[in-house]
Ligand binder design. Structure first.
Ligand SMILES: Cc1ncc(COP(=O)(O)O)c(C=O)c1O
Length: 356
């Protein structure tokens, strides 16, 4: 058979859906849209002619994004999820060249590099999850390609030092595209838009799946220069974002106060949960600027399983380099967090007893 070896040897994307009452495994928003907001969306959808193709490059949604971010419309690319843009960016700047990133990080950067046979270079974060700046700069000094960095970082949850990112952006200026994946930036109340504005080789990758609460709709976008956007757009399929997706994104951008409220609630719940977890013995909860917490526990497989027995689903991360013993929990609603916390305490205290 003619399946390319790079595809044959790649393991399928690691995700198993598990039914659970309290779902804290995918860094989603715990809140569905309100009924009035959904009604507004349905009304809008009912006016769409389903027999017609959508706008080829989501122009209406791009206009709204442009207005919201004060960004030039022709510097925006919209896709059915930001992970689609990761693939397009690898095709645009990594294929036949290099894809540089760190470990652990969002696995789709490396996965797409491997599938597309780009030369993949992964450098480990320091033990404090900081960027290995000198090693990255060494890589940036030869060859060309695309550098992917999630900031706030995932799954570690920290914000990287601004000075580190700025020196990497400078080191990449001649031959590299730098993609700052800002999927979680609303929860950090900081972003790189001004930096992207000042450089012609930097992209800010955004998603509607987290703070906007539209994980099921599949929408993401890139903010960059018109030149980069035009080239990334070439590798995207024409008419790739349906008129339904475009319309939902447009309505959401008119309802930005609802998003701000959710972000505030998640951020304050994160602080509360972090404080409660940091008092527990035998575990380490890492600082987070995202909508999830990374926690090191003595036995992640047992913690995951016993939480699931109690109806709480979290995500194991202990298979990732540098994350031995780690699990990740999404910040849920107040009620979900309370149930998670009491179940987690029970499970971890049981661990204490085993250890005695
Ligand atoms: C860092 C990071 N980037 C991108 C994504 C994917 O976002 P989307 O749902 O827009 O494909 C995720 C999803 O978890 C993520 O953690």
């Amino acid at each position: 058979m003619c399946i390319r070896p790079a595809i044959r040897s790649e393991a399928p994307y690691r995700f198993r859906a598990e039914p659970a009452g309290i779902k804290l495994d995918q860094n989603e928003s715990p809140f569905d849209l309100t009924e009035p907001l959904k009604s507004r969306i349905f009304e809008r959808l009912s006016k769409i002619p389903f027999n017609r193709y959508p706008e080829i490059h989501a122009q209406g949604l791009r206009r709204k994004i442009a207005r919201h971010f004060e960004w030039p419309e022709d510097g925006i690319v919209v896709a059915g999820g930001s992970n689609v843009l990761v693939q397009s960016l690898v095709i645009t700047a990594g294929l036949g060249q290099k894809v540089l990133t760190v470990t652990p990080t969002f696995p789709v950067y490396a996965m797409q590099a491997r599938l597309l046979d780009a030369q993949l270079i992964e450098l480990p974060l320091t033990t404090g999850f900081e960027l290995p700046v000198a090693a990255l700069e060494r890589e940036l000094s030869s060859g060309r390609g695309v550098l992917f960095l999630a900031n706030p970082a995932a799954p570690t949850g920290n914000l990287h030092r601004r000075t580190d990112l700025l020196s990497l952006i400078e080191a990449a200026a001649t031959d590299w595209l730098v993609v700052i994946d800002e999927a979680y930036c609303q929860f950090a109340a900081s972003d790189y838009l001004e930096v992207v504005r000042q450089h012609r080789h930097v992209v800010s990758l955004r998603t509607f799946s987290k703070a906007f609460g539209l994980g099921g709709v599949r929408l993401g976008f890139a903010l960059t220069t018109p030149d980069v956007a035009e080239n990334v757009q070439k590798v995207m399929m024409p008419f790739a974002v349906s008129s339904l997706q475009q319309a939902v994104g447009e309505v959401m951008l008119d309802e930005i106060e609802a998003v701000t409220e959710v972000v505030e609630q998640i951020s304050s719940e994160r602080a509360r949960l972090w404080k409660a977890l940091s008092r527990l013995e035998n575990i380490t909860v890492f600082p987070s600027e995202t909508n999830f917490l990374l926690i090191k526990v003595p036995d992640p497989a047992r913690v995951h399983r016993e939480l699931l027995d109690r109806g709480v689903l979290i995500r194991r991360q202990d298979h990732l380099p540098g994350l031995q013993g780690c699990v990740r929990v999404t910040i849920g609603s107040i009620e979900e967090n309370a149930l998670f916390l009491s179940a987690f305490q029970e499970v971890v205290m049981k661990q204490d007893r085993y250890d005695e």
